[in-house]
Design a protein around this ligand. Structure first.
Ligand SMILES: *Cc1c(COP(=O)(O)O)cnc(C)c1O
Length: 370
C-alpha cells in the first residue's frame, strides 16, 4: 500500500527508524554487558514486540496490564515496578514477572512472602534532581517515588536482590553519571550484596549527540566495582523519532489569523503537546512568520486550548492537505483518548517505503469504555 491508501488521522510507525534505534541500544548491551528493557509505558505497540525482542533483553511494566502484554506478545525478561500493588493482582504478577520492584519497605514486607522466588528490588529516591520540570522529577519535594535515605531501613535487605532508580527524563549521560554518584554516596555500601542495579529510563541514548561512550564507561565502572548486573529501561529512546501522525486539514477559519482545523487533536491524540508542553516537529514547516503563510493548527474538539501550535508554510494550506507531525511513536498511542467522541487514529507502519495498515478503530472503541 502506498501512503495515499491510508486513512487519516493515522499514526505511522517507521520500522526502519525503530530498527536503527534498536541497533544502537543493542550495541550498548553488547559492549557493556548491561541489559536494556523496553519501558512499555512510552510505546506499547506490540505489533513490534517480536522485532524489539530480537535486540533488547526484555520489557518493563508499570503494573499488571503492561506486564501481561509483554508476557503475551514479547519475550525475554519481564520486570514490573508499581508504587503500590493490588493484593488481587499480585499472584498473577508473580506468575508472569521475573523481577518485581517495590516502592517502599511496607510493600516489600506485605508482598515478598507471596513472591515465590522472584528477584525482588526496591526503588530508591537518590534525592538528586537534575531537571527543572517538577512533574517529571521523581526527586522533587514530597515525591512518592522511591525510598529516601532517611526512610530506608536495612531490615528489608534480606528480601532484596536489586535497587532501582529512575530520575531522568530526556537527559544525557552526564546527568546519569552525577545521579549515580549521588546514589552511590548514600546507598553504595549495600551494592556489593546485590545482584542488580536498575538505572531506570529517561536516557536519550538514541538522540543525536548523546554521549554513548560516557554511558558505557559508567555502566562498566559500576558492574566491575560491585559485581552487579546493570539494567537500563528506556521508553522514549527505543522509539524516538520512529513515528508520524498524519492528519488532514478539514477547514480554515479566520479570527485575527488563519486557523486550520485538523482531523486530529492535541488533547486526544498527542496529549503531551499540552501536558509537557512541547511543540511537535512538522514536516516542511517553519516557526510562525518564518515562511510566507502562517497558520494556527488546531483541532475539531470543543476545547479552546486544543491547539498544536503556530506553523508557517511556503504555500497556503487548503482543505484536504495532509500534514505529517514527527516523533509521534512515543507517549501518543499509550495516552490517547476519545474525549468529545473523537475517533482514535488508525495505526500503520512503513518499512522501505511500503505502508501497511495495522489497526483501525470505530465507534465501538468509544462506547465500550463508557
Ligand atoms: C517513565 C519510566 C521509564 C521510561 O522513561 P523514558 O523517559 O520513556 O525513557 C522507565 N522506568 C520508569 C520507572 C519510568 O517511570
Amino acid at each position: 500500500m502506498k501512503f495515499y491508501g491510508l486513512p487519516t488521522p493515522v499514526y505511522v510507525i517507521d520500522e526502519d527508524k525503530l530498527t536503527e534505534n534498536l541497533e544502537i541500544l543493542a550495541g550498548v548491551q553488547a559492549r557493556t554487558g548491561c541489559k536494556i528493557l523496553l519501558a512499555q509505558k512510552a510505546f506499547s505497540c506490540y505489533h513490534f514486540y517480536p522485532l524489539i525482542s530480537k535486540y533488547l533483553s526484555g520489557y518493563t511494566s508499570s503494573g499488571l496490564f503492561e506486564a501481561r502484554l509483554a508476557s503475551e506478545e514479547g519475550s525475554g525478561e519481564n520486570h514490573v515496578y508499581c508504587p503500590a500493588y493490588l493484593e488481587s493482582e499480585f499472584s498473577e504478577i508473580v506468575k508472569i514477572c521475573d523481577h518485581i520492584v517495590f516502592n517502599s519497605a511496607e510493600q516489600v514486607k506485605k508482598f515478598a512472602p507471596l513472591a515465590g522466588g522472584r528477584s525482588l528490588g526496591l526503588r530508591i529516591n537518590p534525592e538528586y534532581s537534575t531537571q527543572a520540570s517538577e512533574i517529571y522529577d521523581p526527586c522533587a519535594k514530597y515525591s512518592r517515588l522511591g525510598v529516601t535515605k532517611q526512610n530506608f531501613c536495612g531490615d528489608v535487605l534480606s528480601f532484596l536482590e536489586g535497587f532501582h532508580i529512575h530520575t531522568l527524563c530526556e537527559q544525557g549521560a552526564e546527568d546519569l553519571v552525577s545521579t549515580v554518584r549521588a546514589f552511590e554516596k548514600s546507598f553504595g555500601g549495600y551494592f556489593k550484596n546485590l545482584k542488580w542495579l536498575n538505572l531506570g529510563g529517561g536516557h536519550h541514548i538514541t538522540k543525536a549527540g548523546y554521549n554513548i561512550p560516557l554511558l558505557e564507561s559508567e555502566i562498566k565502572r559500576l558492574s566491575d566495582k560491585y559485581g552487579v548486573q546493570i539494567y537500563l529501561e528506556p521508553g522514549e529512546a527505543v522509539a524516538l523519532n520512529a513515528g508520524y501522525l498524519y492528519t488532514k486539514v478539514l477547514e480554515i477559519v479566520r479570527n485575527g489569523m488563519d486557523i486550520a482545523i485538523l482531523d486530529s487533536s492535541a488533547e486526544c491524540h498527542m496529549p503531551d503537546v499540552l501536558e509537557m508542553p512541547y511543540r511537535p516537529p512538522l514536516k516542511d514547516s517553519g516557526n510562525a512568520g518564518e515562511k510566507k503563510y502562517t497558520y494556527r493548527l488546531s483541532s475539531r474538539t470543543c476545547l479552546a486550548g486544543d491547539v498544536i501550535g503556530d506553523y508557517s508554510f511556503d504555500e497556503p494550506l487548503k482543505c484536504g492537505d495532509v500534514l505529517s507531525f514527527s516523533d509521534m511513536a512515543i507517549y501518543t498511542m499509550v495516552k490517547n483518548n476519545t474525549f468529545n467522541g473523537m475517533p482514535l487514529p488508525a495505526i500503520a507502519k512503513v518499512k522501505g517505503g511500503e505502508y501497511t495498515l495495522l489497526k483501525t478503530f470505530s465507534y465501538a472503541d468509544f462506547k465500550s469504555r463508557l
